[in-house]
Design a protein around this ligand. Structure first.
Ligand SMILES: [Zn+2]
Length: 464
């Protein structure tokens, strides 16, 4: 009888614990969906400030604005962490056309890739040769490439369900295309935009010259997907087609900028730090609403939602708005460097940098024990249609913090439309849905609550 009583008591405790978690998650989602702040913050970042290229006035305005908003939340501490960032400027809008026969030219939408050099002031005109990837340069050889513009035109693989996989399968053309093509004497490169969709918008993004000497660096631009198809068709009809483009972008001296940080001190384990963040910088063609204004305001929301629902975290919960993810990752690297030098003990980090779309779950980068632990919370997320708990990358900004003990996570929203907007002029506020954005914030806050309450699993130490 005593045993039975104990079983009933323990069962009761277990049920109670489950109910407490269920009701805490319910509260978090309720507040996020009925009393949102994130959407208003995003409205300001996007429509009052706009695109936030590292080193720009807008990036500084975003630092000032988000710091002021965090201060209003009544956190225990809000501060700026200085970091030197690259400053690349686009200059006047780019211009391009191709000429299939002398006198017959067709304008095409292009934009300079971030970090590219300019063309000569009068622009660059040359024959253009299409390739499907970097590997093809070697096969074609210097003879056919020298003096020409190389046109990298490998499209997204539409069969891939993960658009991030499709992106990963193409982005080497954008990132390394110029460095590789210049080795064969190319005078410039044009890259098909990294997008799943056929439209007239060019998508920018970072590129690298690697160890290419300054004098050998060639201008690099992205062409819209429709422009790429048109150019490709034209080249099939007339391989002697010439391409003209003009851009006057420039890499300036590094400037001082900041990561914006706020925290709630833990009540029982203040030295165990949990980070939640996104990146505050963006590209300049749109206003960076999905990439990554959404992730920033969702991360700010996490701390507000915990406070609003009356939850007192055991561990220190820190929001970090990283500067310069797009063209340097200086903010993420600096944050990890400072954390290490101060001997801070980070146990968890969560990043949202995949757009403000309907949340589906998390991508987890951690030990088996921690992966199982997160999996055990699946049922709690089911009412909110959150079901994806998979292994994978977490986020670029939090990756420098990685060690064998930490639990790293990335919010995984629905990913079919992300690359319609990514780094293009249509990454704008009206393409973010308020409910979807706030569902994402609540989903993040729920995971933060559960990890804080139950802690992370210690890594298994093999006794010697
Ligand atoms: Zn991003």
């Amino acid at each position: 009888m005593k045993k039975l009583c104990l079983v009933i008591f323990l069962l009761g405790m277990f049920t109670y614990a489950q109910t407490a978690d269920e009701s805490q998650l319910r509260k978090i989602y309720d507040v996020s969906l009925t009393n949102a702040k994130g959407y208003d913050w995003l409205n300001h970042l996007s429509n009052q400030i706009g695109g936030r290229l590292s080193g720009s006035i807008q990036a500084q305005q975003a630092v000032d604005y988000t710091k002021a908003q965090l201060e209003k939340l009544g956190l225990d501490r809000v501060w700026l962490q200085p970091v030197m960032v690259p400053k690349w400027v686009r200059g006047t809008p780019e211009f391009a056309y191709f000429e299939s026969t002398p006198g017959t030219s067709t304008n095409v939408p292009i934009c300079a890739l971030g970090g590219s050099v300019a063309t000569q002031p009068g622009g660059l005109k040359a024959n253009i040769i299409e390739v499907q990837g970097i590997e093809e340069l070697k096969i074609i050889g210097r003879e056919k490439i020298e003096g020409k513009i190389v046109f990298f035109n490998r499209p997204f693989d539409q069969k891939l369900i993960s658009t991030f996989d499709a992106y990963a399968g193409c982005v080497d053309q954008r990132y390394m295309g110029a460095a590789e093509a210049s080795k064969y004497g190319a005078v410039g490169i044009i890259v098909r935009s990294m997008s799943s969709r056929l439209d007239d918008l060019p998508h920018t993004g970072s590129m690298s010259y690697g160890d290419t000497p300054v004098k050998n660096r060639i201008p690099a631009a992205a062409i819209s997907t429709k422009g790429a198809d048109l150019l490709s068709t034209t080249l099939k009809l007339n391989s002697d087609t010439k391409f003209y483009f003009k851009q006057n972008c420039e890499q300036l001296e590094d400037v001082k900028s900041y990561n914006v940080i706020g925290e709630i001190k833990g009540s029982t384990h203040p030295n165990e730090i949990m980070v939640v963040g996104g990146h505050l910088d963006s590209w300049d063609l749109g206003d960076g609403s999905h990439d990554d204004g959404a992730g920033c305001v969702q991360s700010m929301e996490v701390l507000r939602l915990l406070k609003e629902t009356g939850y007192k975290p055991k561990r220190t919960i820190r929001v970090v708005l990283f500067m310069n993810e797009e063209n340097g990752l200086r903010g993420g690297n600096e944050y990890a460097k400072v954390a290490k030098s101060k001997g801070e003990h980070h146990v968890f980090a969560l990043e949202s940098d995949a757009g403000g779309f309907t949340p589906r779950g998390f991508s987890l980068d951690c030990s088996d024990a921690n992966f199982e632990k997160v999996q055990s919370w699946k049922a709690l997320f089911e009412p909110y249609l959150i079901h994806m708990f998979v292994r994978g990358q977490s986020g670029a900004d939090i990756n420098p913090l990685k060690n064998s003990e930490m639990l790293l996570a990335g919010l995984r929203p629905d990913l079919q439309r992300y690359f319609d907007h990514h780094h293009a002029a249509n990454d704008t506020f009206e393409h973010v849905n308020k409910r979807e954005l706030q569902m994402g914030a609540a989903t993040m806050a729920s995971l933060v609550y559960l990890v804080d309450k139950y802690g992370v699993e210690p890594s298994i130490k093999i006794k010697g």
